[in-house]
Design a protein around this ligand. Sequence first.
Ligand code: IPM
Ligand code: MG
Length: 368
Amino acid sequence: MKSYKIAILAGDGIGPEITAEAVKILKVVEARNAVQFELLYTPFGASAYFECGHPYPDASKAITDAADAILKGPIGLNHEDSKKIPVDLQPERGALLPMRARYNTYANIRPVSLPNGLAHFSPLKPEIIGDGIDIIIMRELVGGLYFGNKELGRDANGKRYVRETLEYTEDQIRQILKAAFDVSMRRKKRLHNIHKSNVLKSSVLWNEILEEVAPEYPEVEVIPMLVDAAATHLCLNPGQFDVMVMENMFGDILSDQGGGILGSLGLMPSACLGPEKAYYEPSHGSAPDIAGKNMANPYSMIGSVAMMLEYSFGMLAESRNVWDAMQGVFNDGYSTPDLSRGNTQVKLISTQDFGDRVAEKLQAMPKA
Ligand code: IPM
Ligand code: MG
């Protein structure tokens, strides 16, 4: 029997409630397969700061170091509450980015996929959605503006200035491009390379490396597209995209737009893969306004479990089953209040009820 240690970082806001539903699904997976999960709960985020004085305490680092994979809930507070934490200890700067750097999780895979049963929920017109939306955004996650030197200062006239650098080495660019080609090879073999080489030198180098890597993947069609144009095309014709690859900041913005064309960031799980370790997290925030109300949809957290099964544990069929189980619940006409638009056809259920129904569907599926 295979056995894996999973660090569970429930996070802030709606984090704990949607994490509980993801854990429910892990238990079902365990019961159906020759696999054991040892769950290691540990504090992370703003809650960890208030509990232990640091958003990513040493004890949590020891646990994530020891884990085979990490499941992380959303983190962060609302604008006002975040002022209660010193800037460098706010969970994004003090916990999330350090964890990305610690495990060099350079390949961020963000599926933008519209469940059939939720087609009515997308703000796009049916004729634009066509056969559906099924895109993978590959975002470089440990370079660029996020991790470059930052300097705040005053010039000779006493005026404040800021300087932030966008840095990439060729190896960093090559590794994310290769990861994107590899994902393309398992899909439609169509890769959109998103850049801004008409302005940014970083994109010029990015494209140069792409030219070097592409011959290793002769079957993959590469389509270059400027990032601003890509933003428009995502709204006008999302069906043209299969895999899109881009640097860190572009990926942050376009992946949120991905959530926008689906109708909610609540539909955005993700995988963050490094050479030795991966962590899995929703791409959205901690939604403090609906926290504790048992109304947030756990899709992004359960989807993150599905991605963990695929990318960390090689359980491809079971991963597919988890996705299908979630689709099934939407297809049965159920949704949570955050993923509905006052549509009277939709039967509204709670976070827990959604998780229970996914678990039930999964239990009923044939084993691999
Ligand atoms: C994301 C988030 C993070 C990012 C924040 C929370 C720092 O927006 O994962 O997309 O900007 O990378
Ligand atoms: Mg973001």
